[in-house]
Write a protein that binds this ligand. Structure first.
Ligand code: SF4
Length: 353
């Protein structure tokens, strides 16, 4: 199909999400992640349903592909977030601190305590990792209840990390953070760490080097982690800089599959995110963790629920007959608007199946 021959069915998903954030929305996530077999046992046991709290867009990095830098309030106030916790803890065991960068909030430890008091069993901290380079800060984060850490690491080379983050010291600081996390994990084996690698044109050709770096880190420090390879989402900065960042999906998926195989040889689990399943080589389909945004948004100050409308991903006409559709995220809407659906290859149910 020619690019642009069909409009994505939900091209307004990102805009709708942005509009909600502008109003200071928190996501009460009915988010369902379809994780399949193939993970290490310590990973399989985790429940990925989360109450996601958008804490504001302020950050100590300036990633040129950031999807949220332009969005939402600067900071959601402590009292407001606390009210959200009370509500979310009725339905969820985990709360996810999203941003922007949560670790630069002065009230971070207060919020972690409030989340625990609200009844959440586990807090997940999504972070760029700069502040975790300081062991005392990390100890306080873990003591306050953040037992899952999602750490962004999009490259292994310091110069590339500086360019990708807009911060000259990201590489050295994040590498210090990995050492501090290894130390902390020895004392708290229940601490769950995943490294989030956004796959873009800037790193897709050097994932082998990335894996080599991780294997050395693992051998040197004993750090236990999973790697989540997520296809860059053409929103915000990545949409503005589309040609610099957004790779074609099929070659990117092949590169990630090769990286996953190398990681598997090192006994490091890895998953795909945000790739259409038909682009994932069959032997790695079981390592695809997909996300469903069956979200409900709650609007302060009255926490009025509003069902989410629109997705940032879309399906092609071919997808209607594909057996994978129930577990597949489809294509990013902006990607489909640029390139169409020609890379998709629906898998039809075999007769009698
Ligand atoms: S054809 Fe569509 S539904 Fe099927 S795997 Fe590809 S993107 Fe997903």
């Amino acid at each position: 199909m020619n690019a642009g021959a069909r409009q994505p069915e939900a091209a307004t998903g990102a805009a709708a999400r942005a509009a909600r954030r502008e109003r200071g929305a928190v996501t009460l996530s009915g988010k369902r992640r379809v994780h399949r077999a193939g993970y290490a046992p310590w990973y399989q046991g985790d429940d990925f349903s989360s109450f996601e709290v958008w804490l504001g867009r302020r950050c100590n990095q300036h990633c040129p592909f950031c999807s949220v830098a332009d969005l939402g309030p600067d900071l959601a106030p402590t009292g407001e977030v606390s009210r959200w916790f009370t509500l979310g803890a009725r339905a969820f065991r985990r709360v996810m601190f999203c941003g922007g960068e949560p670790t630069i909030r002065r009230d971070l430890f207060t919020l972690l305590r409030l989340a625990r008091e609200a009844g959440f069993e586990r807090a997940v901290l999504l972070t760029n990792g700069l502040m975790l380079a300081y062991p005392e800060f990390l100890r306080r984060v873990l003591d306050a209840g953040a037992l899952s850490i999602g750490l962004s690491l999009h490259h292994h080379a310091d110069d590339a990390l500086a360019a990708l983050s807009g911060h000259p010291r990201t590489g050295p600081l994040v590498k210090r953070a990995l050492a501090a996390l290894a130390e902390a994990q020895r004392a708290r084996p229940e601490m769950f760490l995943y490294l989030s690698c956004v796959v873009s044109r800037r790193n897709v050709s050097d994932l082998a080097g990335y894996v080599r770096f991780l294997a050395v880190e693992r051998a040197r420090t004993g750090l236990r982690f999973m790697v989540a390879f997520a296809l860059v989402r053409p929103e915000g900065g990545a949409l503005r800089n589309f040609d610099q960042f957004v790779p074609r999906v099929r070659p990117a998926a092949a590169a990630v599959a090769e990286a996953c195989a190398r990681l598997a040889a090192e006994d490091i689990p890895a998953v795909f995110y945000h790739f259409p399943l038909c682009a994932v080589p069959p032997e790695w389909m079981n390592h695809s963790g997909e996300i469903y945004y069956d979200d409900v948004y709650l609007h302060p100050p009255d926490l009025r629920p509003e069902p989410a409308t629109g997705r940032d991903f879309t399906y092609g006409p071919e997808c209607a007959t594909c057996v994978h559709r129930p577990a597949c995220v489809g294509l990013p809407s902006a990607y489909a608007a640029r390139f169409g659906f020609e890379e998709l290859a629906p898998v039809l149910a075999s007769p009698g199946a």
